[in-house]
Design a protein. Structure first.
Length: 247
């Protein structure tokens, strides 16, 4: 794979050649989440603090959504859904902090998450329904003389099957990379105008300065929406895989 991560500010990271910037940023995200989790657990109380309240709100939202889509069986997948949503959300938003970049702006990470979900829900489909899970490739039974139609349906099902992880990874990567790119361009324009001796360009410095809060707000919205979309797709795919009514 390849790396296309964009650092929104002019910051150099002296990392070993074996450690890429997105991987380093992913470690930072996990480190922050682990520390916040420890704080939330150790200081848990009936009247929750800010950290505990934030985690409880996020988990309640994720678990409620899973229950609505999957049903009673959703409890088995609570840890997966919670980890996916929290990690992707934090990864999307950390790029808004000057000097940091979103790990999800790199296709290696987004496609890796998508492939993980892809493999997991298919394994769960086989575990739940046995090898009859593979019958969904065949499609509805048709008369023998409609064999060409049946064959075409099989091809379509197979293509759709393998397109799912590609579309999941590509959607998350493209949206977050675009957000990172906008922030990087804005930062470069701001530095260029500030370092210019031209009076007109000095006046124009206010343009990127005024636009930055709006782009940051857009980045927050995009980050939340993309984490939500990835979560909904993951829940929907698992719901479809373990549903016996569909096979």
């Amino acid at each position: 794979m390849f790396s296309m991560a964009v650092v929104p500010e002019a910051v150099e990271y002296h990392l070993p050649h074996t450690i890429t910037l997105p991987l380093f940023m992913a470690w930072i995200v996990w480190g922050i989440l682990i520390v916040l989790s420890i704080i939330a657990v150790r200081k848990a109380a009936i009247v929750p603090n800010i950290v505990q309240s934030a985690f409880e709100s996020v988990f309640s939202f994720v678990f409620g959504l899973a229950d609505d889509i999957i049903g009673p069986q959703a409890k088995r997948y609570y840890p997966l859904f919670a980890c996916l949503f929290v990690f992707i959300l934090a990864s999307n938003l950390i790029g808004l902090i000057p000097g940091f970049t979103s790990p999800t702006s790199d296709p290696n990470l987004t496609f890796g998450l998508a492939i993980m979900v892809f493999l997991y829900y298919n394994i769960e489909g086989v575990r739940k329904n046995g090898w009859k899970y593979l019958k969904h490739f065949v499609g509805p039974p048709l008369p023998w003389y409609l064999f060409p139609v049946s064959f075409l349906l099989i091809i379509i099902e197979i293509v759709t099957f393998f397109v799912k992880p590609f579309s999941m990874g590509l959607r998350l990567f493209c949206n977050i990379f675009s957000k990172e790119l906008f922030l990087a361009i804005l930062a470069m324009l701001l530095l260029q105008f500030m370092n210019s001796s031209e009076i007109i360009q000095k006046i124009l410095t206010i343009v990127p300065f005024v636009l930055r809060p709006f782009i940051l707000l857009l980045g927050v919205i995009v980050g939340i929406i993309q984490a939500f979309v990835f979560l909904v797709l993951s829940i929907s795919y698992i719901a479809g895989a373990i549903s016996t009514s569909e096979h």
